[in-house]
Design a protein around this ligand. Structure first.
Ligand SMILES: [Zn+2]
Ligand SMILES: [Zn+2]
Length: 265
């Protein structure tokens, strides 16, 4: 599968990147499928560099902080008001139970119909997989101060160049501090896209919100992940520092996510 980093700045957009948004592309042998994990502040503009909005097959939200979901407001306008009409059915959106009402409220819409005519909302059930084309997406509850927050484990089986089926696992932490759910989600992942919003020494008093680079590295080791890609780094956190924290904790490759870069998993 291909991962495109649409936005990776933590907590709010930075000068070089929108907030959280990741585009995944994979082939089921018949066509290419595209799913989006989180659509945070600023991401709707940048994602159009990589895909037509009408080609998005589904959207998966980790939680309802604005830096992970707020650009659904703009996408709702794109679907509703496209001259000539939107060329596809409603876009499937998986998220916490409050997603539909939260988005309607954010836009100032009545809850009924809210955005139900543009999006087909479904609620996550913990550790219950959702299947879409070549993607199997499983939410794991994680440790972040909102009603529902999930890490997403994405499993893909697609044909290689010779037509042989190849399976890969990508795990995205969403926002979380250390927890068992995160480790279970990232078990044996080929790529662990993991947040590292906090710095050791500076943010030690804030519990159950975010990981440091050190704690991200420990989670990657505990999970047996193969590669670690640190993300959700806010403007006030040093990329160099979180990477230096992670390296001694994890024997595999460690890098920092960069907006606009593609990774093959
Ligand atoms: Zn966040
Ligand atoms: Zn959050």
């Amino acid at each position: 599968m291909k991962l495109t980093i649409v936005g990776c700045t933590g907590s709010f957009p930075g000068p070089g990147s929108p907030a959280s948004c990741y585009l995944l592309t994979a082939n089921d042998g018949e066509r290419q499928w595209k799913i989006v994990m989180d659509l945070g502040s600023g991401a709707l503009g940048a994602i159009q560099r990589y895909t037509d909005l009408e080609d998005i097959d589904a959207i998966f939200l980790t939680h309802l902080h604005p830096d992970h979901c707020m650009d659904l407001c703009g996408l709702h306008v794109a679907v509703r008001w496209k001259p000539g009409g939107w060329g596809r059915d409603r876009i499937p959106v998986w998220g916490p139970a409050a997603t539909a009402d939260r988005m309607a409220t954010a836009y100032g819409l009545e809850l009924d119909p809210g955005m139900h005519e543009e999006f087909d909302f479904s609620n996550w059930s913990e550790r219950q997989s959702v299947q879409l084309g070549p993607f199997t997406v499983t939410p794991y509850a994680v440790n972040h101060p909102v009603e529902e927050a999930y890490a997403l484990r994405v499993e893909v089986t697609e044909p290689d160049k010779e037509g042989k089926a190849v399976s890969r696992i990508l795990t995205y932490s969403g926002d979380t501090d250390s927890c068992q759910g995160l480790e279970d989600a990232a078990r044996n992942a080929d790529l662990f896209l993991c947040e590292a919003a906090f710095e050791e020494g500076r943010d030690d008093d804030i519990k159950d919100v975010h990981l440091t680079g050190k704690r991200a590295g420990q989670a990657a080791t505990a999970a047996g992940a193969r590669r670690l890609l640190l993300t959700h780094i806010p403007v006030w956190t040093s990329q160099t520092k979180v990477m230096a924290e992670a390296r001694p904790e994890f024997a595999g490759d460690v890098a920092v996510a960069v907006a606009g870069v593609h990774y093959t998993v």
